[in-house]
Design a protein around this ligand. Structure first.
Ligand code: SF4
Length: 391
């Protein structure tokens, strides 16, 4: 396999190539998710990401290099594809980003990379870029830095010292499925193990434990390619649940597979985007609604229903008694379709002062009435006109 490397294209060319390829990593993401579809900027790829405290930030997503020693079967950057390769020197990328930031074009950086010639060298280049931004340019804004599978501890440690968020794409839920997608990669040590290092360092920072250099990162995320390895939803969500528990994972991103020309998976069918949406909804159930992975409404083959939300499917099977809105504990409110964490908190706050007796009150609190009403009692009575499941 031959990799063609262009040694010194100008910066615009590099941005056009490495920004466009970074875009490929932000694949179909439903509207319910934090990342919205981005735009191809003349100098790279900029997308809007919702911030945790509200509002959006324009993140500049770019690769340090699109050269890669690996041949992951779904990936456009794979070394098995003959195409133009180029690499940013750390200073080039740092000054380019600072220029965009100072001109008010972007608010933050999302830095990823192909892997060449090895994991440590790649991370060294990425970290040199971020060090230049933080230490020389004085940039204090948002940076999301990808961790490279197999990188040594010192690089993982430096990454969490410098970036606000770090991530490592597991791609598959386990070693067996990963072997189909990316046969050269090793799941347990070089991927999960590196995430565990990062998670332990972030946990130390959260608890205020001493560290020679303060740890800046506060969150860890991952991403899965959904479909081509034949994995079930149950496999994916079991791994996500484990990551929430063991790694305090902030978010899992699911990318419904879409075939890319000239890759070994070019002839595989695209995955149904509805599957991606249901996986996100099921992950919210694990993360924010208090469900365990084995409570999720999988069918006998381990897949979620696609024609309704997983919470609706769970409620149809398991909500066998109506839920009294004035008395139900928070964990039970969260099991009612149409009631989310915010609306549950508002219900609890309001019912301290008043009895909740009609659906209009709930609508004002953010409850999706059409979904929730069939499961509720309002001060001992079913709401007028609601579909009655219990009588
Ligand atoms: S390591 Fe990353 S960039 Fe390289 S082929 Fe695999 S997915 Fe693509």
């Amino acid at each position: 396999m031959t990799t063609t490397i262009i040694m010194e294209p100008d910066i615009q060319q590099k941005l056009a190539i490495l920004g466009a390829e970074a875009e490929v990593e932000v694949t179909a993401v439903p509207e319910t998710q934090q990342i919205q579809r981005g735009i191809q900027h003349p100098t790279g790829f900029i997308y809007n990401a919702k911030q945790e405290g509200g509002g959006t930030a324009r993140l500049f997503k770019v690769l340090q290099t699109n050269a890669c020693r690996y041949a992951c079967r779904y990936c456009f950057t794979s070394c098995a594809i003959r195409r133009k390769r180029t690499t940013f020197k750390p200073d080039e990328l740092a000054t380019t980003f600072i220029s965009l930031n100072q001109r008010g074009r972007v608010d933050g950086l999302f830095l990823s990379s192909g892997i060449v010639p090895d994991a440590n060298t790649t991370m060294e280049q990425m970290i040199a870029t971020v060090e230049r931004l933080r230490l020389k340019e004085g940039y204090t804004g948002y940076i999301h830095l990808k961790l490279i599978p197999g990188a040594s501890f010192e690089y993982i440690e430096r990454a969490v010292e410098l970036a606000d968020r770090v991530s490592l794409n597991l791609e598959a839920p386990n070693a067996e499925r990963l072997a189909t997608l990316a046969p050269e990669k090793e799941f347990a040590g070089s991927m999960w193990g590196r995430m565990a290092w990062a998670a332990a360092l972030i946990r130390r920072a959260r608890t205020g434990a001493d560290h020679d250099t303060p740890i800046r990162a506060r969150s860890l995320t991952t991403q899965f390619v959904v479909g081509p390895a034949g994995e079930s939803d149950r496999e994916l969500l079991a791994t996500v649940a484990r990551a929430h528990c063991e790694l305090n994972l902030r978010r899992a991103y699911f990318s419904a597979f879409s075939p890319i020309e000239r890759t070994p998976f070019a002839d595989l069918p695209a995955e149904d985007p509805a599957r991606e949406l249901r996986l996100y909804q099921a992950d919210f159930m694990l993360r924010d609604y208090g469900f365990a992975a084995d409570e999720l409404p999988f069918d006998v083959d381990g897949f979620l229903p696609r024609d309704r939300t997983p919470k609706q499917a769970w409620a149809e099977r398991h909500l066998v008694e109506p839920v009294e809105i004035n008395r139900a504990p928070r964990r039970m409110l969260l099991r009612v379709p149409g009631i989310g964490p915010k609306s549950a908190d508002r219900i609890i706050a309001l019912r301290r002062d008043t009895r909740l007796r009609d659906l209009a009150q709930l609508r004002k609190l953010g409850v999706t009435i059409a979904w929730a009403a069939p499961y509720l009692l309002l001060d001992g009575r079913a709401a007028p006109g609601q579909t009655r499941l219990w009588w």
